[in-house]
Design a protein around this ligand. Sequence first.
Ligand code: MLT
Length: 269
Amino acid sequence: MVHSAEFKKIKVHYSDTGKGRVIVLLHGFLGSHKIWNEYIKKLSKKFRVIAIDLPGHGETPSIGYYHSMEMLAQSVKAVLDNIGVRRYVIVGHSMGGYTALAFAELYPENISGICLIHSTAYADSEEKKKERERVIKLVKKQHEQFVAEMINSLFSPESFSKIPEEVEKVKRIAASISKQSIISSLEGMKERKSRELILKFAEYPVLFIVGKKDTIIHYETIYPQMGLCKYPSVVMMENYGHMGFYESPKDTIIELELFATRCFRKQFE
Ligand code: MLT
């Protein structure tokens, strides 16, 4: 049951499930709203859950050759305005978290809380930017191989035998993304600015869900970011990396439920 909203001459697709206060789910690079299926099923028993295919992902086409985090945030706003909702908790995995922070900069009055899952407010380091350049060149030559290797590297080794269907599902979602969309996202992530100031001035709670074995977002970089926030909290996933939220959804969903309830009841002041 996927709906769509107009944005810059394309249709941004999303699912809309449940009733009540709104939780917005934003997938990461190479994902789609389907990555959240388990979350949607459980969270929609208590909340209205909007899960969006960001431009260039899932059923939403890409827009040009550069997907800035600001543009992704504007596409999210187009969906939420189309639905007619005004306040929400935004949950973003990795690139979805970068988008959530860009959203918070543009539309702070709409936010009741932000949850960053395996994500960060920091910009890319110079070293990371160089690595992105290298990856962009590789993708131009052989994007299928890049996608397969990237997805394999995200999961913990045990997941390949424990949850093989789930790993395959993520691979299928990633394989459907076009070369142009991959490059546009990499360019956008490379140029994204630091959003530490957004954390510093956030008048709402910020929850960090962190994978101790995450090789993309190192867990130690999260503590100083928590120190910036007025209302921070953290869930440390000891045995997981960048896909921990997907490999171990049960506990993460409970944490999100508690977090959203606290945000909406304003039980953090
Ligand atoms: C993601 O999972 O969204 C990306 O890998 C994040 C990144 O490359 O910075």
